[in-house]
Design a protein around this ligand. Sequence first.
Ligand code: IMP
Ligand code: MG
Length: 177
Amino acid sequence: MRDRTTNTPSPLFSEETVKQRVRVMGQQISEDYAGVTSDSPLFLVVALKGAFIFAADLVRSITVPCRIDFIHASSYGAGKTSSGNVSIRHNLDVTGHHLLLVEDIVDTGLTLQQISAELMAMQPASLNICTLLDKPEARKYPVSVAYSGFTVPNAFIVGYGIDYNERYRELPFIGVL
Ligand code: IMP
Ligand code: MG
């Protein structure tokens, strides 16, 4: 089997392209949530670890009152995507809040489906999904995505927070292994 850890990712979206797209996403979200107030702010729930850099940039492009917290989700099995088991850890109370779930990449859709179900059980005021990347060809579990940065091919993506076996998260661009 090819060892992905020795490969250099080929760029798919440059640092500048990502920066501009994230800025536009933040503007769109700010328009759509123009009604939120500091008493009832937009609540960003960020899926760790992959979405941490995306969320850091996105939140700085959002101009409406917001707060931010984190949920940890991982598929069992090192290096593999979507083994069929998702472990979710959090300490959130989101009842009555307007939630924006921030994810790095939607692949089969299982992770988002499970996180959404867990958040919906707490009866938020609303819930929308925002993903940096969408791999529609890989979808097995339907997910309704309100905001998507880029559509990507069914390949292994790294960079800008997204890893392969904990590598490549620090890359400023998005690439394919
Ligand atoms: P899903 O549950 O199949 O939708 O997978 C979603 C999760 O798997 C994402 O949050 C990522 O953490 C990971 N993942 C899916 N595709 C990729 C990829 O191409 N590169 C790195 N991680 C990925
Ligand atoms: Mg993820």
